[in-house]
Ligand binder design. Sequence first.
Ligand code: HEM
Length: 483
Amino acid sequence: MFAPFIFLVFLVGVIANTVRQALSSPLNRIPGPWYARFTSLVLKYNEFIAKRTRYIHALHKTYGPAVRIAPNEVAFASTAAVKEIYCSGGSGYDKTEFYDLFKVYERRTMFTTLNKDDHAKRKRIIADRYANTNIVRKPSLDGIAERAGSFVKRCFDSVSVSGSLDLYVCLHSYAFDCVTHHLFHPYGTDSLQNKQDEDMMREVTFDDSLQNRLVRYWNPTLHRVFGKILYSFAKPRETPMADDFVLHTSSKTDAAAFTLLDRLRGNPQLEELDVAAECLDHMVAGIDTTGDALCFLMWELSQPSSLHCQQTLREELHGNPGVGFDRLPYLDAVVMEGLRCFPAIPMSLPRYVPPGGRTIDGYILPEGTIVSCQAYSVGRIEQTVFPDPDTFRPDRWLDEKGDADRRRLLFAFSNGGRGCVGKHLALAEMKMLLQAVYSKFSTLPDETMTPESMEMSDQLVSSRPLGQRCLLRFIPTTSEVMA
Ligand code: HEM
């Protein structure tokens, strides 16, 4: 008889406490929707339906570059905030437990270490394998060139066989083959030509575990108790082929000198499973990011509104045969603009405000507040740096005036010591592929494609086209025929 009464008292107590905390929070000065003071439910709902990035961007458009998105969470989109959160003290603030979701084989990797010191130790071992000097070495670049050649062959095949090519699949295969070359050569994959390897790429890329993993992050107990029921409508992440491939390959002792595996195996501090976990992490990090960034970019280049950009790119490539991918200014501008408009990781990269609290953009933030910037907004909000921000305009990157400001606000690879270690590899892959393709073809969307299927669908940190399909037609611009 007393039970309902006790429950009511408990409920009133909880509500009173929430309201008291909301009204006395030091974050109240920060603009944002009224409900963000009391609850993170609206934010979570948008994460759950794969629209977190656009939801936060809409809030930035309404409230400005600093916006409170939940009782203990603030999103920023200014140069000063990027510098403070991600670069102060070298690698910025510590990561939150959100990154626990990315642990592999139950180990922490460079990406999933939460604090600076652990991260610095691991990075010291790994960094030189991704330095530009290592990427532009012949054995490394030859591997990328060979895979770009296989991609071009698939384009030629599509002309004579089906009329169009599914870029989504082929670009993920290309990214997969390039990254495994860099990790494991001569044990890299060949998914552009080998069906079994393509199946492994599909297992990773067509993963649909967003909702399951979000529930695990929000409420681990609920996830444990209702795991089986949850499974029937929200699958956990399962990648057995990729797991086995990496476990098997990372035990090899004769990988080429430029590979990550060679470096990791030579380090006595790392156990076998640490080596495998680090390799799997980099493999996964290198597939969807480069694959999706290229996919969105080539889709954009194929739209009627961007055909003039495609034409300018082709003229640059035809006018400079044999010139290296890193010495072509318009190609660079196309890639920079692609990364600004369609960053493969467009979403918030959450960090904790360190002990003692900090001031960001003039707002005082107590320690433990979750703060973040998202590349999608950082590349759009500052219209003096990026006028007409929603328009794809590569030539803005050719203007010397404002160049430093633009590059400071390009947040696609994040910034500071925890920024993307694979940046130079990714840029080489992207530029070499575009150079190989647009020297030989013009591209148009297949008639069956709709803009909706290319809408951005957020995953845990990365974003992919909603339909996971991108059919383009490749029209040869030279009389060359593949043997
Ligand atoms: C266009 C392609 C790519 C984009 C846009 C991209 C973007 C990013 C971003 C934004 C981060 C920071 C994530 C965070 O703080 O939560 C990151 C980290 C990382 N990326 Fe990439 N990435 C790309 C390609 C690659 C490739 C090809 C590799 C190859 C191995 C790679 C490996 C990594 C690793 C290992 C980290 C963790 C770095 C650390 O914590 O020190 N990425 N990437």
